[in-house]
Ligand binder design. Structure first.
Ligand code: SF4
Length: 321
């Protein structure tokens, strides 16, 4: 039985869109709405969905960049929502994030060596005279040379900058890394290199990943389990093999049908979804996927389906099951 590292219970994040004359919020953007999930120690959990579905907001709540509106998060059994500053700082070190745009996340005025050394010094992890040795070690781990530590971010390519971002995340010896679309800004030829690097480092450093992506093709290689998110809700969770072989939710089926097949002799039918993703300020009543679902039924408009376990470790939120 897998050991749970993070237990997320009924997590929501609402952003205020409009207030009344008294300053009371009257309209909300429900970016994440009642999401429950466990992330097991040592696994890579892929979280997939279209842009604007709430997956990045979800990741930012886990690393304490946003406070949740509702819900609880337990990390190694300890509730971390609502912690006091000092305790929160201790757990923040354990959960790091790698960002989608490596250039924007690196200070252009600092050398790469200083960028990687900074979190080690802030957290007092090593004596000052040992920090450089550690920086060189981390650069080697991510495939960069030690002489590159004196260079600035603009002197590196996109893939190299993402390697620096990974080295900086590793610097504090985290337990969980939230990888927020870490390869989507990179050339296709570089994407595989960074994915392979993340995969290797996971074993080497005993890491756990929440790997966020907008397409199921990106998380296929690296994930052990996959969750599919639509308009702030989780609609399906399953082990990778089950999800790709037997997708149950119509939205997951549509996402999978969009993955190109390399073999020209194999043909598959692409499911084209109608319309655009509805606004999270005014989501459809009942099932949120209802306005675009090619299998919708009468009851779907009125009743929101709950996430249910329909086969061992395979969860789906759909009235068809
Ligand atoms: Fe489609 Fe209905 Fe299932 Fe929603 S509940 S995904 S509308 S079939």
């Amino acid at each position: 039985m897998s050991e749970v590292l993070m237990d997320i219970q009924n997590l929501s994040k609402y952003f205020t869109v409009e207030t009344n004359m008294l300053g009371k919020p009257v309209s909300f953007l429900k970016a994440v709405d009642d999401v429950s999930l466990t992330i097991n120690k040592g696994e890579a959990f892929g979280l997939v969905g279209e842009s604007g579905c709430g997956k990045t907001t979800f990741g930012k709540i886990l690393v304490n960049l946003y406070q949740p509106t509702h819900g609880k998060i337990f990390f190694e059994g300890l509730e971390i929502t609502g912690l006091k500053e000092k305790q929160r700082r201790a757990y923040c070190k354990d959960i790091q994030m790698i960002f989608q745009d490596p250039y924007a996340s690196l200070n252009p005025r600092m050398t790469i060596g200083d960028i990687i050394a900074e979190p080690i010094l802030i957290n007092n992890l090593l004596p000052r005279d040992k920090v450089e040795e550690r920086v060189i070690y981390l650069l080697n781990c991510v495939g960069l040379a030690q002489h590159q530590r004196n260079r600035y971010p603009h002197e590196f390519s996109g893939g190299q900058r993402q390697r620096v971002g990974i080295a900086r995340a590793l610097a504090v010896q985290p337990k969980l890394i939230v990888c927020d679309e870490p390869v989507s800004a990179l050339d296709v030829s570089i994407q595989a290199q960074v994915l392979n690097l993340l995969d290797d480092l996971k074993d080497e450093f005993g890491l756990t990943y929440l790997f966020i992506a907008h397409g199921l093709n990106v998380v296929k290689h690296i994930s052990d389990r996959v969750g599919v998110m639509y308009l702030g809700k989780l609609v399906e969770i399953a082990a990778k093999r089950d999800l790709y072989a037997n997708p149950l939710h119509p939205y997951t089926q549509a996402l999978l049908s969009a993955i190109p097949i390399i073999n020209p002799e194999k043909k598959k039918e692409r499911i084209i979804l109608e319309g655009d993703v509805p606004s999270p300020i005014d989501p459809p009543s009942g099932c949120r996927f209802c306005s675009r679902c090619f299998k919708r039924m009468e009851q779907c408009k009125a009743n929101a389906p709950a996430l249910k376990e329909v086969a061992p470790d395979h969860w789906v939120a759909c009235h068809l099951f």
